[in-house]
Design a protein around this ligand. Structure first.
Ligand code: GLA
Length: 402
């Protein structure tokens, strides 16, 4: 039995739109509705593919998939957010990468992965939509991949577990789409828990929930700085981390302690040393942060988030001026009562702040007053709640029923 998504955290208008598109396009109501959330990472950046620790939470922005099984081998898809564009392919034929548009590849990649893992199923009619801002570093693509995996599990009663849905989604991203991402985004989209962040060991894939302290707000601010060079720079960072691990003769930077680093770093290429320093210190910060969050200590958590941002800016070199400005504006509004840092892969996108709820208005006010004036860009602000992971949407509210 799949766990039930918390209804209050789902946008009923979105669900209604998906259902209506399904009914008007396929001539009947869907049998299944699945959601998978986006995520925000509180701390632990670029540590996942180094076998390290991350502390993300799922957010109340999701990808929704409505579906019905088919008796033949056809998969038919309608993408509401792409002007109802369609895609269609046959499971019994080779499923090819689409060069002219990207969105079908996330779905095709997941299906290819499931088949290659030995799961068997027939076709499906699908409608997909979501409200996770795209290209903002909030994992809309991982949510789509996880939602599709979860949909086939539900439609065909596949005995696939959550970790395998996440691993299959990551494989789709790595091998089919071509971005060498780690496992964080897919794992949190599967395993998110309402009201909690998740401390995830990206080597063992063990997850521990860390309850958000009472009266704490997670405020995400999108810099709306278009993320440039993301994939290429991401892959370069990953390669640099692998080279650094090889220098220390360990499988991954997770295995390098600060003492080991300090005793040998002078012999390491200076750029590689900076990259390794970020990952080693970030792993340490993330483990400490999980403890501080458990204790509800936002003051010290704020210090760690500041150190994390500093490390991403100067050691890992993945921030951009607009993001640094945004972090400074928000930090000056919250002082030492909470934290703020860039979140996600980098080179633009979002910052996350973790603050007492009574500071939300001050943060919004500071961003509205200063960000556009200093950068020429307008920010978007999302006050989020830590949400549950992927699952069936049941008990659809009356307003969203057909
Ligand atoms: C992207 C990747 C993740 C992770 C982060 C950086 O979101 O998809 O796997 O590496 O960047 O922490």
């Amino acid at each position: 039995m799949t766990k039930k998504a918390n209804q209050s955290l789902i946008d009923t208008a979105l669900v209604e739109r998906v259902q209506q598109t399904f009914a008007s396009s396929y001539g009947h109501a869907p049998t299944h509705l699945v959601q998978a959330p986006g995520r925000v990472n509180l701390i632990g950046e670029h540590t996942d593919y180094n076998g390290g620790f991350v502390l993300p939470c799922a957010i109340n922005y999701q990808t929704i998939v409505a579906s019905t099984a088919r008796k033949d081998n056809l998969i038919r898809i309608i993408a509401v957010d792409y002007d109802n564009q369609t895609d269609e392919f046959d499971l019994s034929q080779e499923i090819a990468f689409q060069h002219d548009r990207m969105w079908p590849n996330y779905i095709r990649g997941v299906v290819v992965g499931l088949l290659s893992r030995g799961w068997s199923f027939a076709g499906a009619d699908l409608v997909v939509s979501g409200n996770i801002p795209q290209g903002a570093g909030l994992s809309s693509s991982a949510a789509l991949e996880v939602a599709i995996g979860q949909t086939f599990k539900e439609l065909y009663d596949l005995a696939i577990n959550g970790v395998d849905i996440a691993l299959n989604a990551q494989q789709a991203e790595n091998d089919f789409v071509g971005c060498n991402s780690g496992i964080m985004d897919q794992m949190i989209s599967v395993k998110g828990e309402q009201g909690s962040a998740l401390m995830l060991d990206c080597r063992s894939l063990e997850a521990q929930s860390v309850a958000m302290p009472n009266n704490t707000a997670v405020v995400i601010v999108n810099s709306n700085k278009k993320r440039g060079l993301v994939d290429s720079e991401y892959n370069v960072r990953r390669f640099q981390c692998e080279q650094s691990a090889a220098f220390f003769k360990v499988p991954a930077l997770r295995d390098v302690t600060l003492d080991m680093f300090e005793s040998k770093s002078a012999e390491l290429d200076s750029v590689l040393a900076k990259r390794a320093h970020h990952v080693i210190t970030e792993n340490h910060r993330t483990q400490l942060a999980a403890e501080l969050l458990r204790q509800g200590d936002l003051v010290q958590m704020g210090q760690l988030m500041a150190e994390s941002h500093h490390s991403m800016r100067y050691d890992f070199e993945i921030t951009v001026p607009e993001i640094d400005i945004l972090v400074e504006i928000i930090k000056s509004a919250i002082g030492d009562r909470g934290g703020v840092r860039m979140t996600g892969g980098g080179f633009g996108g979002c910052v996350v702040s973790l603050i007492p709820a009574d500071l939300v208005d001050a943060v919004k006010g500071a961003v509205e007053e200063h960000y556009q004036q200093q950068t020429g860009l307008e920010a978007s602000i999302y006050v989020c709640q830590a949400s549950g992971g992927a699952g069936l949407i049941q008990d659809i509210p009356a307003s969203a029923r057909l």
